[in-house]
Design a protein around this ligand. Structure first.
Ligand code: MN
Length: 404
């Protein structure tokens, strides 16, 4: 069979608001707000430059069901560019941009096939070879039933690809959407399963490939590392995948070895050096200070988390590149080891606190007629900062006697 080359992307989340982020400069904030669109532009320019046989977009093109108008416009322009270059696009909508949400305001060009809410199988010819692509869009926010039995069996002599936005039945971390079992996908004998929904890049199977490309641009600290899409070549039942990074701003958790550090200037230099080795063009990072010894702990003991973060941000402000420190944390492994059992219990309990718990705990302070109005908004960023400081305080007060 002739080689077939296509791009597999998913979870573009265009127009993500990045609402939990704080402490960024004006220019950084603008870049972050624009990052999903910039990553999308990279997907389009890569596709135009390398001219694959077709492009797949497996759900969650838009972040919100209202489908941000500006994002829709940029998306439509991108599709027009691919139309002019003669590149077909197959796309499905996911739980974030389901068909019952905001109506499509822009008409997409005829090279784009949009799957509707029941499974369809669309065929095209690629170098004399028939390729069929099966998929569906979310008709509503929650598609909790299995969709897999609606996918057609593979016909002999054709290349069959399945597009599916959903998660494994066994996945307890994510809400259940269009659940499937890996064996069900394998039983279909397809040549490639193009998945979407899970934002972490991963392959459930290598042969045949069952692939989540991950999202195109991270949206918060948990979506860290390079983000992008796959360039896939299928030849005689053999697949070759190349990951192409596209993110405009990278979220990263960076370990800083601070053993032997006694003074702040040493710590700052180590952090600067570490950040210089990062190859991302723009970086939002959580720093984890690892292997602190007694002198380092002594130095950091009385410095509030927030002050440390602000001082580091200022020290880095001369960098040409967009580098934003989101948080600084002492390595938790050490923290828990030092705590008494009750202290550990308290610290663990705090990790599980959600927005409602913080609101309840801080109710009196926030409702106070005089102090209330001077307090910052109680958002995700502030909550995690409070949590870190609280754990640090517990560590200080409830550490085992025989340790330091
Ligand atoms: Mn998604």
């Amino acid at each position: 069979m002739a080689s077939i080359r296509f791009i597999h992307s998913a979870d573009l989340h265009l127009g993500s608001p990045f609402s939990g982020m704080k402490g960024l400069g004006t220019e950084q904030w603008k870049q972050l707000q624009h990052s999903t669109l910039k990553a999308f532009e990279r997907l389009i320019s890569y596709t135009l430059e390398t001219h694959p046989d077709f492009l797949l977009i497996v759900g969650d093109i838009y972040d919100g069901e209202d489908r941000n108008l500006r994002a829709q416009h940029r998306f439509q322009q991108g599709m027009e560019q691919l139309h002019d270059a003669g590149i077909p696009v197959f796309l499905s909508h996911g739980n974030h941009d389901h068909l019952s949400g905001g109506a499509a305001s822009f008409e997409l060009p005829p090279n784009v096939h949009v799957f509707q809410d029941s499974v369809e199988n669309i065929s095209l010819e690629v170098s004399g070879q028939t390729v069929s692509i099966a998929g569906f869009s979310y008709g509503r926010r929650h598609v909790t039933e299995s969709m897999i039995e609606h996918y057609p069996d593979k016909e002999t002599g054709i290349v069959q690809i399945g597009m599916l936005h959903g998660s494994e039945e066994s996945d307890t971390e994510h809400a259940v959407y269009a659940p499937f079992r890996k064996e069900q996908l394998l039983a279909k004998n397809y040549d490639y399963w193009a998945l979407g929904h899970i934002h972490k890049r991963q392959q459930l199977s290598a042969d045949p490939p069952i692939v989540y490309p991950g999202n195109l641009q991270g949206r918060h600290r948990k979506e860290s590392g390079p983000k992008g899409f796959y360039d896939v070549v299928l030849t005689d039942g053999h697949a070759e995948l190349e990951f192409i990074a596209a993110e405009a701003v990278r979220f990263e958790r960076i370990a800083i070895d601070c053993s032997g550090v006694q003074h702040m200037n040493e710590l700052f230099s180590i952090i600067k050096e570490q950040l210089e080795t990062q190859d991302a063009e723009a970086l939002v990072c959580d720093l984890e200070l690892q292997s602190p010894d007694d002198s380092t702990l002594l130095m950091l003991e009385d410095i509030p988390q927030a002050e440390l973060v602000y001082a580091m941000r200022e020290a880095l402000s001369e960098q040409q590149r967009f580098v934003h420190i989101s948080s600084v944390q002492l390595d938790k492994g050490n923290l828990t080891a030092e705590l008494s059992p009750f202290g550990k219990q308290l610290a663990d309990r705090l990790q599980d606190w959600e927005a409602g718990d913080w609101k309840e705990a801080l109710k009196e302070l926030y409702n106070h007629p005089k102090s209330g109005r001077f307090l910052p908004q109680l958002n995700d960023g502030l909550q995690s900062e409070l949590q870190m400081e609280a754990v640090a305080k517990i560590r200080k007060m409830m550490a085992l006697e025989d340790q330091r």
